[in-house]
Design a protein around this ligand. Structure first.
Ligand code: MF3
Ligand code: CO
Ligand code: CO
Length: 275
């Protein structure tokens, strides 16, 4: 996810067929890193070890590059790890380290690969052992929020349609949407225009066109929407220390609707009540 800016220069890159072919490859690789790491997520393993395993897999098996490692947007220090792993009340950009996972933790692993110059960006929630009903519900509703957003995608729809349906579903279930970070265009650059807000009004905002590619990655808090950045300059946490969840796919606007690019053998399918 990307910090929301006031300014929007309005140059959204429409991808060529060649670029779309490269995006399909890098996005599948990002999803496959998440498939690979899934069986390692157990009580006792540290987030640093998960990061090391992901990075090793990307480097040695995929020959892909982590877009996160040393990434330095304006005003930030270089990001020190290959993945983002955000546990419990961490919203996003959690830095992997020597903290061991314990039964009942929920965590997001966010992978961004670079392959052949193009970025694939996806994240999933994982539950360590058995989590509370509340924690599981937060993960499930956030997944539904992402998919409700994805199903709005087609030429002629507006970004506000996506934001609105996500916000409505989260708030209807008693949760709140983080406002300071958003989804984003993605391609040869990690973060491109447009900014994809996870709240908004139907019929407002940028109109979608065929061959746009962007992420949808709602961050949903169990408590209040307010967030705080830790002194490490990266980790975002909920101010009230309530749990937070996030899921992310990279999506292509097709002639008739959408194509989710971050698919893999182990990906969780769209909930069947969403059409
Ligand atoms: N992958 C995140 C996103 O969805 C961005 C992570 S930037 C990092 O946009 F530097 F923290 F890795
Ligand atoms: Co992203
Ligand atoms: Co991401």
């Amino acid at each position: 996810c990307h910090p929301v800016n006031i300014s929007q220069a309005m140059s959204i890159i429409l991808k060529t067929p060649e670029e779309i072919a490269k995006m399909r490859v890098t996005c599948r690789l990002a999803a496959e890193v998440l498939d690979y790491i899934t069986p390692f997520i157990k009580p006792g393993i540290t987030t640093g070890e998960l990061d090391r395993l992901c990075h090793e897999y990307m480097t040695n098996v995929q020959q892909s590059i982590s877009a996160c490692l040393h990434y330095q947007p304006p005003g930030y220090t270089p990001y020190p790890k290959a993945t983002c792993i955000s546990v419990n009340h961490q919203v996003c950009h959690g830095i992997p380290g020597d903290k061991a996972l314990k039964n009942g933790d929920i965590l997001n692993i966010d992978i961004t690969t670079i392959k052949d110059g193009y970025h694939g960006d996806t994240s999933r929630m994982f539950i360590v052992g058995e989590a509370s009903i509340q924690a599981r519900r937060l993960c499930d509703i956030t997944f539904e929020c992402m998919w409700l957003g994805i199903t709005q995608v087609r030429p002629g729809a507006r970004l506000g349609d996506i934001g609105h349906i996500i916000q409505q579903h989260a708030e209807k279930n008693g949760f709140s949407i983080v406002r300071e970070f958003c989804g984003h265009g993605v391609g040869a650059a990690f973060h491109e225009e447009p900014q994809v807000l996870h709240y908004g009004k139907p019929g407002t905002g940028v109109m979608l066109k065929e061959n746009m590619i962007f992420t949808i990655e709602p961050m949903v808090n169990a408590g209040k929407p307010d967030i705080r950045q830790l002194a490490d300059g990266w980790t975002i946490v909920t101010k009230d220390h309530s749990l937070s969840a996030q899921w992310e796919h990279t999506v292509l606007v097709t002639a008739t609707g959408y194509e989710v690019l971050t698919l893999s053998a182990g990906v969780q399918p769209k909930p069947d009540w969403i059409r």
